[in-house]
Design a protein around this ligand. Structure first.
Ligand code: GLP
Length: 264
């Protein structure tokens, strides 16, 4: 696990986007796992900007979103389908047939989750997973207590997460779905690279637990300590509760060992 501290959320997003472009350019037919949430808005903006500048094409990429709510229409403003179009899909050359998101309206949700997991495997696995973190340490929608070996499945949301996400549903927790389909912790861990992004004071406790706490299912993101190529890219506010010494973005970029770490 490599922790890199950005001066602000913009630098966090730009560094993550540049890393993503590096992975896409370094390998044929890259498979990405993509996240949603407020943290990711700046990341997609930065990625779209790099696309517009001709730095990257998504033509040969395949994307798998980490998760989706169960039981809300795809065009619901809070659905992750809607989010991905609003922030990314509609602005880049990623072919629609190569962009996968779990179907939270599938008639057989358990089968849908299994076939999503199978599809990732059939495509040869994930090269890079980009994830955020919940205030309770969740990664994708793997809430505290999730098996650290879990695969894509239907999960119930904690009250804390439903409260945090209520704003997108008009501010009422009752409007937030109780169930989701989410990649498992094991699914994310199988990606060759993982980027964990976080910004703001509200994430400081979760980041401290994930980076410097014990590896525990009570903080699912803490399993990234076991990942050989995980980058935790956070702004100063999200890093506020860390006690270790970590590189700044500028230092990470000039580190002579960086080339080894970035090697595909
Ligand atoms: C969400 C998503 C995660 C996301 C996290 C943090 O609900 N399922 O993929 O990374 O919680 O979201 P935010 O960036 O809005 O704080």
């Amino acid at each position: 696990m490599k922790v890199v501290i950005a001066k602000d959320a913009q630098e966090m997003a730009d560094f993550a986007a540049r890393f993503t472009v590096h992975v896409i350019r370094g390998k044929d037919r890259v498979k990405l796992a993509l996240a949603t949430g407020n943290t990711m808005v700046k990341f997609y903006k930065s990625l779209v900007q790099l696309y517009r500048e001709g730095e990257v094409s998504f033509q040969d990429c395949t994307t798998f979103n980490l998760d989706e709510y169960v039981g809300i229409p795809e065009d619901h403003p809070a659905s992750f389908h809607h989010y991905m179009h609003e922030h990314f899909f509609d602005f880049v050359d990623l072919p629609a047939a190569q962009a996968f998101i779990p179907d939270g309206n599938a008639q057989h949700l358990i089968d849908e989750a299994q076939s999503y997991e199978d599809r990732i495997r059939d495509f040869g696995g994930l090269d890079l997973a980009v994830a955020g973190i919940g205030t309770n340490g969740h990664i994708a929608f793997n809430e505290p207590g999730s098996s650290l070996a879990s695969r894509t499945r239907v999960k119930g949301l904690s009250e804390e997460t439903r409260r945090n996400n209520a704003k997108a549903f008009g501010g009422t927790i009752d409007a937030v779905p109780k169930y989701v389909i989410t990649m498992g912790v094991g699914t994310v861990m199988d990606a060759h690279f993982v980027l964990l992004l976080a910004s703001g004071h509200t994430k400081a406790d979760a980041i401290a637990a994930a980076v410097e706490g014990p590896i525990t299912a009570m903080c699912p993101a803490s399993i990234l300590q076991m990942h050989p190529h995980a980058f935790v890219i956070i702004d100063r506010d999200a890093a506020a509760r860390l006690t270790g010494t970590y590189q700044l973005v500028s230092e990470a970029l000039s580190d002579p060992f960086e080339e080894y770490f970035w090697g595909l």
